[in-house]
Design a protein. Sequence first.
Length: 353
Amino acid sequence: MIVVMKVGSPEAEVARLTEEFASWGLSPETIVGKHKVVIGLVGDTVDMDPLQVQEFSPWIEQVLRVEKPFKRASREFRHGEPSEVLVQTPNGVVPFGAHHPIVVVAGPCSVENEAMIVETAQRVKAAGAAFLRGGAFKPRTSPYAFQGHGESALGLLAKAREVSGLGIITELMDAADLDAIAEVADIIQIGARNMHNFSLLKRVGAQDKPILLKRGMSATIEEWLMAAEYILAAGNPNVILCERGIRTFDNQYARNTLDLAAIPVLRSLTHLPIMIDPSHGTGKAEYVPSMAMAAIAAGTDSLMIEVHPNPAKALSDGPQSLTPDRFDQLMTELAIVAQPLGRWSLQPTAAIA
Ligand code: PEP
Ligand code: MN
């Protein structure tokens, strides 16, 4: 249930109502928007009559029910305003959201050694990326495939962060690694395979680092938003949703089916920022640029692009990784799409190394 307060409602009245709702056994969450204050009520509200709730204060403008099973993630919970996720990086705060420039995240699938991660960081930084991605713990289909270098790779990410000033995104697979990952990551990734790992979702919901929640490869949009709801319900409001391709009947030419329709669908359902990963979405480097441009045209807030200094020698996901040179070119192409939409903060020439 959503309680929309009138413009200019006194803070003391909002506080009084919040206390009142808490005394009914509900969890009230006050959201201060650009124009209005909204109090989101989560809990057993089925038997509550919105008109009766409205009578509790002359400052209440409207009381609405959220019909969707996801409450905190729903667009209504913010009264239609998109939320922003502000991420602290060594280079300052990077905002993700519908009212902000496109944020580009780039880097290798896996952190392989110091030279490659530092070189990649410097190249993608020069091209205009704001975050370096790279897996230390890799979720591989085969137990015999490269599993990532683990903790030692976290040290290499810390080094790349220090040298480049980029924010770091890396995947958490096991709650036991949370503290070590949180030490270096500015955003913690929950991968497609763990989108349904509810205990892990609760765990990352109970800590402060922003979360990049990738869509499970066979997850419906509602299941994905319910996974986000787990993180939000546990207390972490900073969740970014990443579409990375889903399984369909056809994987003959592309690894997955990149669901770009998810962008307008999510926009209508949730206030959370959106990221598109055309690298895992297509599985082939040659298809990545067109899908990245399409994603911007369709309204994504951010992109994740796999980049490797030598894709032919990559220990994982080489076929879908761009070279740093191709990434430079892609950034100039993305600028052409994003600039007229008012969503590019880099100078047109900044992307040329
Ligand atoms: C990744 O980002 O390297 C990764 C493993 O992604 P996903 O979970 O989408 O497969
Ligand atoms: Mn990968």
